[in-house]
Design a protein around this ligand. Structure first.
Ligand code: NDP
Length: 444
């Protein structure tokens, strides 16, 4: 059996009930076959793949908190410190009822390669809790965040582990987490990113993942001789990534026809109104059913359906495994030319393969959504320097990073004979630097 197959088999056997983690490992290792095969003897001797798929440290802890009625609740907190070969652990905290260890491990594993692709010195980690922020008061959110940080702070530090936001963790949650960290340690240091501007946050961090997604998509199209201006797009999600993806898409001349939340989706033939979306989601924290009040021409549908709309570009920006094989078939039938993942692993393996086999340009999340973590690393740099850069400075650096990532993934794919297969390219480009560092640092 090949080394890659052995490792995939052992990951499944050793980590039962973690299908998302299996999926992520399989997707990455399958595409690394050419590199692994060429170095099999050396990698086997150093148990390189065994070390790569085993987190350096996994924390699981109790998070007790009290609601507004005086009722106590207990959630489970997680932090997986996956790989620190190229820098301190870096990766977001997800707050969503679906969170479990397998989901955090899949996200942490992906994060290793994504962070490496940015070219910045950051290792891979991820964390979160099965706490559901929806419908909670600000005081309840604060109670949860303070309790969560009361355990987690022991393992964090500006040179050790620097978490950020993710699903359910926005500026409000980062503020409460940071306040508690500072209170417990007495240290004012850049230990979380996504902070508010008044206390060490970076301009353009809020916009970074969505903007970065569009910078990379624009460059990928350009490499293939296509101009992004004048195209139509379907976006899923209506959170941080989706909102700023829509905003930048429109600035680049793309008409975005859809967005969604976990209950339903909106079709707006005139193009999504970003100001209305921001008000509904960022200010009112309401559901998408409200969108029709702002745009009478739009249509709201219950359930899924974003990928049934005829568009040139598909931009999944909600959550994992939200674009299935049937959706991929529909997109191809409708003449879609590119899919770029704003979310982490939103496209199933079968759907990804179908899109690629049918000539759809496909940018995987670890490249396409790396703008968020890249700008988080820029926030860390500003914190270390005790300086704040302008929006334009950060945005220009972000653009440069995304264009670089695009070229690196395209070049790596070509070098190994997989031209235009950006999944293979992104995995190989991310892997090379991590492996180099792991080999240099010995068996640790
Ligand atoms: P938000 O919480 O701001 O938004 C998430 C959006 O996805 C919401 O519209 C939410 O709907 C929807 N959603 C969440 N879970 C589900 C589900 N199970 N089914 C259908 N819809 C769902 O998160 P972000 O925008 O920050 O993150 C979105 C994705 O991007 C995630 O995969 C995240 O890991 C990834 N990502 C985020 C980065 C960042 O900087 N924020 C960086 C890189 C990747 P509802 O409101 O109904 O829950």
């Amino acid at each position: 059996m090949s080394y890659v197959d052995e490792i995939i088999e052992s990951v499944v056997a050793k980590n039962p009930s973690e299908p998302e983690f299996h999926q992520a490992v399989k997707e990455v290792l399958e595409s690394l076959r050419p590199v692994v095969d060429a170095n099999e003897e050396k990698f086997r001797k150093e148990a390189l793949l065994e070390r790569l798929v085993e987190p350096e440290r996994q924390l699981k802890f109790r998070v007790p908190w009290v609601d507004d009625k005086g009722q106590a609740h207990v959630n489970t907190g997680y932090r997986v410190q996956f790989n620190s070969a190229i820098g301190p652990y870096k990766g977001g905290l997800r707050l969503h009822p679906s969170v479990n260890l397998g989901i955090i491990k899949f996200l942490g594993f992906e994060q290793i390669f994504k962070n490496s692709l940015t070219g910045l010195p950051i290792g891979g980690g991820k964390g979160g809790s099965d706490f559901d922020p929806k419908g909670k008061s600000d005081r309840e959110i604060m109670a949860f965040c303070q309790s969560f940080m009361t355990e987690l702070y022991k393992y964090l530090g500006e040179n050790t582990d620097v978490p950020a936001g993710d699903i359910g963790t926005g500026a409000r949650e980062i503020g409460y987490l940071y306040g508690q960290y500072k209170r417990l340690t007495g240290r004012y240091e850049g230990v979380l990113t996504g902070k508010g501007l008044s206390y060490g946050g970076s301009l353009a961090r809020t916009e970074a993942t969505g903007y970065g997604l569009l910078y990379l998509t624009q460059e990928m199209l350009k490499l293939n001789g296509i101009d992004i201006a004048g195209k139509t797009a379907a976006v899923s999600g209506s959170g941080n990534v989706a909102i700023y993806a829509i905003e930048k898409a429109q600035q680049l001349g793309v008409k975005v026809l859809t967005c969604s939340d976990s209950n339903g989706w909106v079709y707006d033939p005139d193009g999504i109104d970003v100001a209305a979306l921001k008000e509904i989601k960022e200010v009112k924290r309401a559901r998408l059913t409200e969108y029709k009040n702002y745009r009478p021409n739009s249509v709201y549908h219950e359930g899924r359906g974003v990928w049934s709309v005829k568009v040139d570009l598909g931009l999944p920006c909600a959550t994992q495994n939200e674009l299935h094989l049937e959706d991929a078939k529909q997109l191809v039938e409708n003449g879609c030319i590119a899919v770029a993942e704003g979310a982490n692993m939103p496209t199933t393996l079968e759907a990804t393969e179908y899109l690629q086999q049918h000539g759809v340009l496909f940018a995987p999340g670890k490249a396409a959504n790396a703008g968020g973590v890249a700008t988080s690393a820029l926030e860390m740099s500003q914190n270390s320097e005790r300086l704040s850069w302008t929006f334009e400075e950060v945005d220009a650096k972000l653009q440069g990073i995304m264009v670089n990532i695009c070229h690196n993934m395209a070049d790596a794919a070509e070098r190994y004979g997989f031209a235009k297969n950006y999944v293979v390219g992104a995995n190989i480009a991310g892997f090379e630097k991590v492996v180099d560092a792991m080999l240099a640092q010995g068996i640790v």
